[in-house]
Design a protein around this ligand. Structure first.
Ligand code: ADP
Ligand code: MG
Length: 456
């Protein structure tokens, strides 16, 4: 038997199979292989899988299949399927996917997101739609103004559930779910499975099938990673060198702060490398414009913060560059997962200064790989510097009087973040890792974990 079989094995609607062939999808990804038949049979599903594993098609295909099998004119101010996601960008991408996969079907889909005028959304909803993709806040706005009712929803999808909780949408979600018919199908997807997600699933899903694939490390294995040791002030010039030397299709550069993203974009533009920045301070229309130019390849270099980059699905990102090394190793894995999507391979380069060496060690521990290091420091022979090779990382992180570190290499400022939901997610990733019998054989563990929790 082939590992994930073929899309034709699912007996999906012919029009969907045609759209998939046109999109050149050949085999389902592991999360798709496990989720599609369950959703087609009407079960509730909780799907745990990292970014880039194909979760969107995992729910969109069987949902479209079921809609096509039971065609009905939409009820006014209603939808049959409600998909909630944390960000406007992500919602837009999910809608695009529904439209792409459903292009040979007569199924209507609409977007309801904040940051844009509500009037058009109200008008579209007047006659009702089959699929509504939305952010939670805007759904509540539409409910309040009576532009939307939820009495006809027979399928609810919560995408990126962990991120929605992090962003404080829990109360909004509860309010929305309270308005849905109890007799519905509910699908929940999340990169991680912290306690809060398990609780939410227990409250909102009915006898869900749990499918979990791709522990965090396997994403990392497909990406060619490199670390460049640099002096902090030299980071911009090293970045420029890297971008000039590498064969780049599209590069996504991560900075820790919004201000940093703007600064890096400016430096690059001054050096003649066209770059745009995207972060939470930009307006919705700015963000959309920037994303469109990046997607079309008009600008090959995008500088982003983690929040802004989350969920952005742009094919063909050949390079991820960490201008700042993230202090949480899971963030690193999320970042490099932006390249190497759906099996392609990519390059990830991290510029690491003396203060970030400890972060690299945490990352290597999580991904269980040692990342090759090259050295671009000017004073590398200085006695107080750590050796360039950090892979074995025995030495304690360098201390400086200005930035004292605690013994565990976490400064006081970072420590404050340790009570955050991000931290809870970390713990759960570690959990997934521990229980994976083999990093190399992700698919092999998946059916078992699904079977175990079936009907529980
Ligand atoms: P996730 O939601 O898990 O982060 P997405 O649904 O955004 O992942 O999919 C990631 C990328 O993989 C998208 O570019 C999508 O078009 C592509 N993709 C999804 N499924 C397949 C497949 N079966 N074959 C090839 N590419 C796929
Ligand atoms: Mg997704």
């Amino acid at each position: 038997m082939k590992l994930n079989g073929s899309f034709t094995d699912f007996e999906l609607n012919e029009s969907l199979l045609r759209a998939l062939a046109e999109k050149k999808y050949q085999t389902p990804t592991p999360i798709q292989a496990q989720t599609i038949p369950r959703v087609m049979s009407g079960r509730d599903v909780i799907g745990i899988a990292q970014t880039g594993t194909g979760k969107t098609a995992a729910f969109a295909l069987p949902i479209l299949h079921r809609l096509a099998a039971d065609p009905r004119p939409p009820t006014r101010r209603n939808c049959r399927v409600l998909v909630l996601s944390p960000t406007r960008e992500l919602s837009g991408q999910i809608l695009d996917n529904f439209r792409t996969y459903g292009r040979h079907l007569r199924i209507s889909a609409a977007l309801a997101i904040g940051g844009v005028a509500i009037g058009r959304q109200v008008r579209v909803l007047l006659s009702g739609v089959d699929v509504l993709v939305a952010t939670p806040g805007r759904v509540l706005d539409l409910l309040r103004s009576n532009a939307l009712r939820l009495g006809e929803v027979d399928c609810l999808v919560l995408d990126e559930a962990d991120r929605m909780l992090d962003m404080g949408f829990i109360h909004d979600i509860r309010k929305i779910v309270a308005k849905l018919p109890a007799d519905r199908q509910t699908l929940m997807f999340s990169a991680t499975m912290p306690r809060a997600i398990a609780d939410l699933a227990a409250q909102m899903l009915r006898e869900p099938v749990k499918v979990a694939v791709a522990p965090v490390a396997s994403t990392a294995e497909r990406v060619r990673q490199r670390i460049i040791r640099v002096d902090r002030p030299a980071k911009p010039s090293v970045l420029i060198d890297v971008l000039r030397q590498e064969a780049i299709d599209r590069a996504l550069i991560f900075t820790r702060t919004k201000h940093g993203a703007d600064k890096v974009a400016r430096v690059l533009n001054r050096a003649g490398i066209a770059a745009e920045a995207i972060h939470g301070n930009k307006s919705q229309s700015q963000r959309e414009r920037v994303l469109a130019t990046f997607r079309k390849g008009e600008v090959k270099t995008l500088v982003a913060t983690d929040i802004a980059a989350r969920g952005i699905d742009v094919d063909g990102i050949s390079h991820v560059v960490n201008f700042d090394v993230p202090n949480l190793p899971e963030t690193y894995v999320h970042r490099i997962g932006r390249t190497a999507r759906a099996g392609a391979d990519g390059v990830a380069i991290s510029l690491c200064d003396g203060d970030e060496v400890a972060f690299v060690r945490d990352i290597e521990k999580l991904i269980r790989l040692s990342i090759p290091v090259s050295d671009r420091r000017t004073h590398r022979s200085r006695v107080d510097e750590r050796p360039a090779k950090v892979a074995n990382g025995r030495a304690a992180p360098k201390r400086s009087a200005k930035h004292p570190r605690r013994r565990d290499g976490v400064s006081r400022k970072q420590r404050r973040h340790h009570d955050s939901p991000e931290n809870a997610r970390l713990a759960s990733v570690a959990f997934l890792n521990r229980h994976a019998p083999s990093r190399r054989d992700v698919a092999a563990i998946a059916p078992r974990s699904a079977g175990q929790s079936e009907g529980s």
